[in-house]
Design a protein around this ligand. Structure first.
Ligand code: MG
Length: 391
């Protein structure tokens, strides 16, 4: 059946003029055969939930994530730069929104499931502990004997066990497709070919941070525009976006970086999908692999390496990070030795998770600010009761 015939059929099924009320008809109208359809196996762990008339299971997942406390806390978690460094740069919340925005743009063009993409994007960083990657490293070291700490795994624990919806069992009861997508982030080295929606969110994550870390670092004076001109991808982006060399500034550059990455990814993906055999969405082995074209990926790696050397390892950041990691480690060992100081909600978890893992959950759920406050109360003021963060 041609695309047009498919759409006519779907329109007919939807009835009532141009309004497409039920989500199943909208999927038939909009999605490619290779997309993940919510009208396929959108199974939930607690399967007694009736389907919603006009919100698909993935839309409901997206909404559950947006309404969760863990999602709101992203606003208080640093991405790369801390709150002490000003209020221009990204937080983990605004990074997440940029990822969702880029991923949805790509997904819409490729006729993938935008609702699944948005749910995956909004979930992807929810498990980050306070203080960004140095917080994760500190917790990972503290929990080494227990298998370490992974923010990707913690995101699953948050949405499956810790978050609560009104009057239901623990967790948000998300669909298997969303949980599997997050699960696949835990160990990317396994090289599984995952759903196209998961692949798109993954690439959108890197597109977003490559560009916004350049922007933030320029604004903070950690990078200078002229030195970025040595990078192949920077030069390519300005050229392809036809930027007048006299008018290059940080905003123009960041726009060019995002636009160029999305453009090349889309062109490549269109080619892959056009030649891919139409396949059942559940057929993992036959699923196409969406990558950046090799030359673009090489140039992006050069940019990432530059950011690594000149931004992520900048002495200003290293100092802030080391202090933050020390605070988190001190709190960890104090609470591991005196678990009775944990809020009651957490002491109740010790039987099931063990003391170290429970302390890890308590600390990982905090925002940067909340962690500073707990440090002040427990370590500096010597109080013997840690305050709770609510789920
Ligand atoms: Mg991210």
């Amino acid at each position: 059946m041609s695309g047009t015939e498919e759409m006519d059929l779907a329109r007919e099924a939807a009835g009532d003029g141009d309004i497409v009320f039920d989500w199943q008809s909208r999927e038939r109208l909009l999605l490619g055969s290779y997309a993940t359809w919510a009208s396929g196996p959108a199974i939930r762990r607690h399967s007694d939930e009736p389907l919603h008339a006009y919100r698909s299971p993935f839309q409901r997942d997206r909404d559950r994530i947006v309404h969760s406390a863990a999602f709101r806390r992203l606003s208080g978690k640093m991405q790369v730069f801390t709150g002490d460094m000003g209020d221009y740069h990204r937080t983990r919340l605004t990074h997440t929104q940029e990822v969702a925005s880029i991923a949805r743009t790509i997904g819409r063009v490729l006729r993938l499931n935008e609702d699944l993409i948005e749910a995956l994007a909004l979930l992807h960083d929810v498990g980050h502990p306070p203080y960004g990657h140095c917080g994760e490293d500190a917790l990972d070291a503290a929990l080494a004997a227990e298998g370490g700490f992974s923010h990707n795994r913690f995101a699953l624990q948050l949405v499956c066990e810790i978050e609560r919806r009104a009057g239901t069992s623990p967790g948000l009861n998300l669909t298997a497709a969303v949980l599997a997508g997050q699960e696949q982030r835990i160990d990317k080295s396994r090289g599984e070919v995952v759903s196209l929606e998961v692949q798109v969110v993954d690439v959108a994550d890197s597109i977003a941070y490559n560009a916004h870390d350049v922007d933030d670092a320029l604004q903070l004076g950690l990078l200078q525009l002229p030195s970025l001109m040595s990078l192949d991808f920077v030069r390519r982006s300005l050229l392809e976006q036809q930027v007048d060399p006299q008018r290059i500034d940080r905003r123009v550059l960041v726009h060019a970086l995002v636009e160029t990455q999305v453009h090349h990814f889309l062109r490549h993906a269109q080619g892959v999908l056009a030649t891919a055999e139409p396949t059942a969405q559940s057929d993992d082995a036959a699923r196409p692999r969406l990558d950046m074209p090799a030359d673009i990926e090489g140039e992006r790696n050069q940019l990432s390496g530059y950011l690594f050397d000149h931004v992520y390892r900048h002495e200003k950041l290293i100092d802030i990070r080391q202090r933050a990691a020390r605070r988190l480690s001190q709190l960890f060992y104090l609470l591991q030795a005196y678990p009775q100081r944990l809020p009651p909600r957490f002491t109740a978890l010790i039987d099931r998770l063990g003391t170290s893992r429970t302390v890890g959950v308590y600390l990982a759920g905090m925002t940067d600010r909340f962690c500073d406050e707990v440090y002040l109360q427990l370590i500096e003021m010597g109080r013997d009761h840690a305050p709770d963060w609510e789920a």
